[in-house]
Design a protein around this ligand. Structure first.
Ligand code: M6R
Length: 369
């Protein structure tokens, strides 16, 4: 039930703080990750994993891409993320040192299901990250970590996405403890960051009106580009996907570092570009690189909408609009930065008079190939 909201999507966007809170609830005990569902994966087995392959489609695949950065950094295991439909037809190399993690809100996506079955046949162990109790993919997997985002009705995935990242982060931190790659202090710090996400999501949602205004101004836009780097890169892809599926606007997401390898040729006066700006506090020092990307596209006439953390003044001289997200450790920023992009796509679709819950040509769950 919509419960007074004008659309399921609007309701689900607003439910993101609780979607993450519910996914974390009961799973952090005495400063440790506790995931009873993973009991069949003993510590010995988790220590023996040589590689993780994440399989998913659409928004779920972008959640996997975000988690790749975190899991590799924390647990020092190589993680690859692959679209299920590509994975299952290329005879992937899998062995008993490969853990296959599938991500699916519905748990019914045909390509992801077939990819999981294939992985099991090849001897890999499988974990499903799923939002739907008792769905087919979890039943076909060795274990399931449910996201507790609650039912997601709108075709565009929003609260399931942030809940997927939260579940994957819990898993990553669990793995890091078992494998001894993070010490207690680092574990506690990251768990505290994770637990602070719901409240920060509420803060980001308070800005929705500003984003709505922006979407109204841009209702006639024909093309929008999205740039991001590191964990901001999958967020750029997700921002573009949301805009395509909801507002039927041509949109593309790029890794900011790719600009000079082609995409900058697209920039002409007036071209709107959303830029997910990494934190100036990030250890890899990516912030100045992205600020210089902003300068480069601005010099060619781009209209820049920056998504930057509170207090980051470096973007101010170059951006036409700045949308703020609260301070968070760099790996946790994507959970916040995605929200203005979801709201933008939803509001723009609404401004165009489109059905935001049921965009044309799309189904909530793709149960055919
Ligand atoms: O149910 P699933 O998570 O397996 O669905 C995967 C994609 O079909 C889904 O995320 C799709 O891309 C959404 N419409 C995006 O908003």
């Amino acid at each position: 039930e919509k419960g007074g909201w004008s659309s399921f999507m609007r309701k689900e966007v607003s439910e993101q703080p609780e979607a993450v809170a519910n996914t974390l609830r009961g799973r952090v005990v005495d400063g440790r990750v506790a995931i009873p569902e993973l009991e069949s994966f003993g510590d010995e087995e988790l220590r023996g994993i040589r590689r993780i392959t994440v399989i998913a489609c659409g928004t779920a695949a972008y959640a996997g891409m975000v988690a790749k950065y975190a899991i590799e950094q924390w647990a020092r295991v190589p993680v690859e993320v692959e679209l299920s439909h590509e994975f299952r037809y290329r005879e992937p190399v899998l062995d008993d040192g490969t853990l296959v993690v599938s991500i699916s809100q519905s748990g019914e996506t045909m390509d992801t299901l077939m990819a999981v079955k294939y992985a099991r046949e090849m001897g890999a162990r499988t974990i499903s990250i799923c939002n739907t109790q008792g769905a087919t993919i979890p039943r076909e997997s060795d274990a399931v970590v449910y996201t507790h985002a609650g039912p997601e009705v709108a075709v565009a995935s929003t609260k399931a996405f942030v809940a997927q990242i939260a579940a994957l982060y819990l898993f990553g931190l669990h793995l890091a403890r078992v494998r001894g790659t993070l010490d207690d202090a680092a574990l506690a710090e990251n768990l505290a960051e994770l637990q602070a996400v719901p409240e920060k999501l509420s803060t980001v949602l308070e800005q929705a009106e500003r984003v709505e205004q922006l979407a109204h101004w841009m209702a006639d836009t024909r093309s929008v580009l999205f740039l991001g780097r590191h964990v901001g890169y999958p967020i750029a892809l997700e921002g573009a996907l949301k805009l395509k599926e909801l507002a039927y606007i041509h949109a593309e997401g790029f890794a900011a570092g790719e600009l000079k390898h082609g995409p900058i040729a697209l920039i002409e006066p007036g071209q709107p570009v959303f830029v997910v700006v990494p934190s100036p506090r990030g250890s890899a020092n990516l912030h100045p690189k992205v600020v210089s990307n902003i300068q480069e596209i601005r010099a060619r006439g781009a209209r820049v909408i920056a998504i930057a953390e509170a207090g980051d003044a470096a973007v101010l001289p170059f951006a036409d609009e700045v949308l703020r997200i609260p301070l968070a450790a760099p790996l946790f920023e994507p959970l916040l930065a995605v929200v203005p992009l979801q709201v933008f796509a939803m509001e723009l679709a609404q401004a165009k008079g489109l059905d935001v819950d049921q965009p044309r040509n799309l189904a909530k769950s793709v149960t055919v190939e």
